[in-house]
Ligand binder design. Structure first.
Ligand SMILES: [Zn+2]
Ligand SMILES: [Zn+2]
Length: 278
């Protein structure tokens, strides 16, 4: 759709300039989407600080320097993501991928099913990739930048070293070769990924207890858990789920208690707002 629009207004241009015009829109789109989504979560965090400060996961406030750094690295990731998208477009034009544009081509059931399938495969990939970049050497080279935020805000959702930025979406190179993926479903998957990342880094716990305490909630990763990862470095490596952390012994023993403390109704709280013991 965007491509058609750009094609129309640049139809008289040299093809090389047409491609350049289209490519230059990609980082603008990625950065705008990032600022809107993380901005909404940051605004929600600011509101919670006024209305429900006990949901804050660490006592210290976000700093101006931290937010500038997180946005700066996220913008650099947008450039890396653009290069990856350009590579995917090139691979698709060469016929190397199974990306398709008509949602009905493989049936609407597959259009919708491919989104959770892609998220689950990404979840498994992310867990092991994340553990690998915590190994000495790899950590300094690829992951230290993300952990500069020990008390992350939602703006750190894309705050990666370029190597990590490539690793983060590297799984999609494999997925688009292995299975038919619709271009719009890919867009929805990427948006859900950003939303979950912004939630995981927002510094406040907002998942309602009725979800968290359900069987699905037991599986879902939570902001409290990922915040704990940024503080402890060696637990809770998961992205969307806790399945792999629980299966491979890296789920923090006090993770659920941390969630409970942040979401307990005020009259039942045993410890003051923002107190962190786990
Ligand atoms: Zn993180
Ligand atoms: Zn980490």
């Amino acid at each position: 759709m965007t491509y058609d629009f750009v094609s129309q207004i640049t139809s008289a241009w040299h093809p090389a300039f047409q491609s350049l015009a289209f490519l230059s829109l990609i980082p603008v789109f990625i950065m705008t989407r990032y600022l809107v989504v993380t901005g909404v979560f940051f605004a929600a965090a600011s509101l919670l600080q006024k209305k429900a400060p006990s949901r804050r996961l660490q006592p210290q406030p976000f700093t101006r320097e931290q937010i500038i750094r997180e946005i700066g690295y996220s913008f650099s990731s947008a450039i890396t993501f653009t290069a990856v998208v350009a590579a995917i477009i090139g691979m698709t034009q060469a016929g190397w991928t199974q990306i398709y544009s008509d949602p009905a081509q493989y049936g609407l059931w597959w259009f919708w099913l491919q989104i959770p399938v892609a998220l689950l495969i990404q979840d498994f990939y992310f867990y092991w990739m994340h553990r690998a970049i915590h190994l000495p050497g790899f950590y300094e080279a690829a992951h230290k930048v993300h952990h500069l935020s020990t008390n992350p805000s939602s703006f750190s959702a894309f705050a990666f070293h370029p190597i990590e930025a490539v690793l983060e979406i590297g799984i999609f190179f494999v997925l688009i070769i292995l299975m038919p993926l619709n271009v719009f479903a890919l867009g929805i998957t990427a948006l859900l990924s950003l939303i979950y990342n912004a939630y995981g880094h927002m510094g406040y716990e907002i998942m309602p207890r009725f979800i968290a305490k359900s069987p699905i909630g037991w599986v879902l990763n939570k902001s409290a858990y990922h915040n704990q990862h940024h503080r402890t470095y060696k637990y809770n490596y998961g992205l969307y789920t806790t399945i792999w952390d629980r299966a491979f012994g890296t789920f923090h023993p006090d993770a659920e208690a941390l969630y409970d403390r942040a979401t307990r109704p005020p009259e039942n709280k045993e410890s003051p707002a923002g107190t962190v013991t786990a």
